[in-house]
Design a protein around this ligand. Structure first.
Ligand SMILES: [Zn+2]
Length: 495
């Protein structure tokens, strides 16, 4: 995975005119500084919260790259090997900032005569977006929809995802395409249970969490639990300068909150603060947490336990009976977090074997990703029988399983592209691999042309429905009915 970050792009960044960024999670924005370093000079269109969050995330990422490169280089020098350059530096991360171009949600932005984009709320994290992109000529328009990461109706803090009705080509995420999460209610109860468990044993609750979104959701919940008296009083350490910075951005972006969060604000509370919260910025403050005995909740990054301050807390607490590890986020294959979730009796941390005696609570219901049921529900609002769906952003096997479910449920053409593969927007689906004779090919070309014309008509009706007189609509309907009858007859005679 790491090596992929350094891979060539497969295109020239200089020739890219614009980047559309769906949200601030590092797996979506982490290579932007490399893109700029390699020659990209266009604009990076995104929403305001994403533009703000992405800055602190890229600075943090660059800082880590610099530290790791320095560490590797020192090791290499001792072995007589050359220095290692960071993927990008802090300065190179800062070079991206002037290219960020915040745009309003739900407003169509025309970038060229044949290219427009609209950012729609994805309901995943603050500022997250689904992209609607219109491209191609007026006679043959093509609408591409890119879901980014999709959220769901019960997602904390943010509004529900926007439903897209039309698309010619859809890029659909599938992180949880093969399973369903537990309900958020159940997950709230499990979190409360974990906190009670460690409180009774006088031990700590460790919660590895991504600095952006998951941390703020946890703060939101813990604030609610304390105010309602659902958990006993104990300190909550937010042990992450990055999460502290992200939280202050969340605090400023009230217009992006859902009703539940606004209700908390309207009652005079800060949704991300409560008296028990202790912010830990410096390394000294972080170390002091492990010198303090007694029950406490510690939120630290990173979310998969592979780096960051959470590793220190795991080293000090994972072996302690009565402590608990609350896993609230996705754990990728090969990470320390995944090993623990899968029941490892010990894990290696800072070169030491640490035995797992803490109780592990895996709470799936806080996921900011749509699960299979949510993805299918979101798809059910799509009304484009001809759409071609590219199933992406999932472990390959999961994407394949989900693509099969989509084909079976809706009859859509689905495809699971490989990394680096080029997708031709007008191309026929690759699973139609039959050698066609010239006459048949000509027939197919005519059908493709017909489809394009039909799409042009659809686009006309879609973009200016009020300017079409009723008698014209009637004529359209009659004409379409006639074509439908002829096509049905053709299908019958062939099949
Ligand atoms: Zn995401």
């Amino acid at each position: 995975m790491e090596a992929l970050n350094r891979k060539e792009w497969g295109f020239s960044p200089r020739q890219i005119a614009a980047v559309f960024l769906t949200h601030a999670h590092i797996d979506h924005c982490g290579r932007i500084p490399k893109l700029v370093k390699d020659g990209f000079r266009g604009k990076i269109f995104t929403t305001l919260p994403t533009a703000e969050l992405v800055k602190i995330l890229l600075l943090d990422s660059a800082h880590i790259q610099e530290m790791e490169a320095e560490w590797e280089s020192r090791k290499n020098r001792r072995r007589g090997r050359p220095d290692v350059a960071p993927l990008y530096t802090v300065k190179e991360a800062e070079d991206c900032f002037p290219l960020l171009e915040p745009v309003a949600v739900d407003e169509r932005v025309d970038l060229a005569s044949d290219l427009s984009v609209c950012f729609r709320n994805a309901g995943h994290i603050l500022g997250s977006s689904i992209l609607e992109i219109w491209c191609g000529s007026e006679t043959s328009p093509h609408k591409v929809v890119f879901t980014g990461d999709l959220g769901h109706k019960h997602q904390l803090i943010v509004k529900d995802p926007y439903h897209v009705h039309r698309a010619d080509t859809l890029f659909l995420e599938s992180t949880y395409g093969n399973r369903n999460h537990k309900s958020i209610e159940e997950s709230r109860k499990e979190l409360i249970e974990a906190i009670h468990y460690s409180h009774q044993h006088g031990e700590k609750v460790m919660i590895p969490a991504f600095a952006v979104a998951r941390t703020q959701e946890l703060l939101f919940l813990l604030g609610e639990f304390f105010r309602k008296g659902l958990i006993p009083r104990m300190p909550v350490y937010l042990d992450s300068p990055l999460a502290i910075a992200a939280t202050s951005i969340f605090r400023r972006m009230r217009e992006f909150y859902d009703d539940e969060t606004l209700a908390v604000v309207n009652k005079g509370h800060d949704p991300f603060d409560f008296p028990q919260l202790v912010l830990s910025r410096t390394a000294e403050e972080s170390m002091a947490i492990n010198l303090t005995a007694g029950p406490a909740i510690v939120i630290a990054g990173n979310g998969m336990c592979t780096a960051g301050r959470i590793k220190h807390h795991l080293k000090h607490n994972l072996w302690r009976k009565g402590a608990s590890l609350v896993v609230v986020g996705f754990q990728a294959a090969g990470t320390t977090g995944r090993s623990i979730v899968e029941g490892a009796s010990s894990v290696r941390i800072f070169g030491e074997n640490i035995v797992v005696r803490a109780k592990v609570f895996t709470i799936g219901g806080f996921s900011a990703h749509a699960d299979q049921k949510d993805l299918l529900d979101w798809l059910s609002h799509l009304d484009s029988p001809h759409v071609r769906i590219n199933v992406i952003h999932g472990e390959e096997e999961i994407s394949r399983q989900f693509a099969a479910v989509v084909r079976q449920r809706f009859g859509y053409r689905t495809y699971v592209p490989a990394i680096g593969e080029t997708i031709h927007l007008e191309a026929a689906p690759p699973d139609v691999g039959i050698e066609l004779k010239a006459a048949e090919r000509a027939g197919r070309e005519r059908v493709s042309a017909l489809l394009r014309k039909a799409r042009a008509l659809e686009h006309l009706l879609e973009s200016a429905p009020e300017s079409v007189p009723p008698e014209m609509l009637e004529a359209v309907e009659e004409g379409i009915s006639e074509i439908e009858r002829r096509i049905d007859a053709l299908i019958q005679s062939i099949g």
